[in-house]
Design a protein around this ligand. Structure first.
Ligand SMILES: C[S@@+](CC[C@H](N)C(=O)[O-])C[C@H]1O[C@@H](n2cnc3c(N)ncnc32)[C@H](O)[C@@H]1O
Length: 267
């Protein structure tokens, strides 16, 4: 297993996708979210062979979906392309979206769980609008904060939950450049940018002990273990946290997911 590089440096992505744990994180996200992504993309009226840009493509599941199910010609970019293979209709490029947008224009730009992490999200957003062709769609899915423990196996787990969240807010909170208000602001940003046919869908997934969302969060706690230790949790507390997440008596809402779509007016 490769080492996990975890750092809360400003404007730097915390979770190193190139590691084994990073690969597992991407696979959890695909399994948890691709169904909703498919139905959101399916609700759009797309050009015949749409030129698509998939930003922060992760393991490429959405890029492949765009090529195979929506006849897209897809440019899939990510900082880390270790889990991203070219496939029919999908070109892959190692690319930092903070540096600009790969030459367009695009009939569809999609990005999921990326902009929330990047302090320059508004500058990137403005460039994405510019890169849309007339009639092109922008689709942004991002996470917001929920942080609600509903039931836990032990009374003391409530205190552990608060401690974990306090540490998490230091690691992936506003001080580290993340913005959990952003996802719900995208709709207003699209309106202000002149997009039309804007629609938003807001999900509040329930994470059940031993279920897919808790396995995803357990994996994240392993991926960022060094950062959690630096933020004041002990290894024993992290081990207990993961045991709690595996217990069927655990129920919580970790975060919300908002999908927002908008179209550049056709000429
Ligand atoms: C949480 S993962 C989401 C992956 C995928 N979009 C999904 O939802 O399954 C965030 C992805 O964005 C990539 N990423 C982070 N910062 C980036 C940047 N500045 N430019 C391009 N990709 C970036 C990461 O390498 C990672 O693959």
């Amino acid at each position: 297993m490769k080492n996990v590089k975890a750092a809360a440096a400003h404007d730097r992505y915390l979770f190193d996708s190139g590691t084994d744990l990073g690969g597992a994180q991407l696979n959890y996200l695909s399994a948890l979210l691709d169904g909703t992504t498919r139905s959101v993309l399916g609700s759009l009226t797309l050009a015949e062979r749409p030129r698509c840009l998939e930003i922060g493509a992760g393991n490429g599941s959405v890029a492949r979906m765009l090529a195979e199910e929506f006849s897209g010609q897809v440019m899939a970019v990510d900082l880390d392309v270790d889990h991203l293979e070219p496939s029919p209709g999908v070109e892959v490029d190692r690319y930092d979206i903070r540096d600009g947008v790969p030459a367009g224009p695009y009939d569809l730009i999609h990005t999921r769980f990326v902009l929330v992490h990047l302090p320059s999200r508004r500058e990137i957003f403005a460039r994405l609008i510019d890169a849309l062709s007339p009639g092109g769609w922008l689709v942004i899915a991002d996470m917001g904060f929920a942080g609600e423990l509903l039931t836990a196996p032990e009374e003391s787990d409530h205190q552990l939950w608060r401690k974990y969240y306090h540490a998490a807010s230091r690691i992936v909170g506003p001080a580290a450049g993340h913005d959990y208000g952003w996802a719900e602001q995208v709709e207003r940003e699209m309106y202000a940018a002149g997009l039309i046919d804007i629609a938003a869908e807001h999900l509040v997934p329930l994470a059940r002990g031993g279920g897919p969302w808790t396995r995803y969060h357990s994996n994240l706690s392993l991926q960022a273990e060094e950062a959690f230790l630096s933020a004041g949790l002990s290894r024993a507390e992290l081990t207990r946290f993961r045991a709690m997440l595996a217990d069927p008596r655990f129920r919580a809402r970790f975060f919300t997911v908002t999908y927002t779509v908008g179209q550049k007016p056709p000429r």
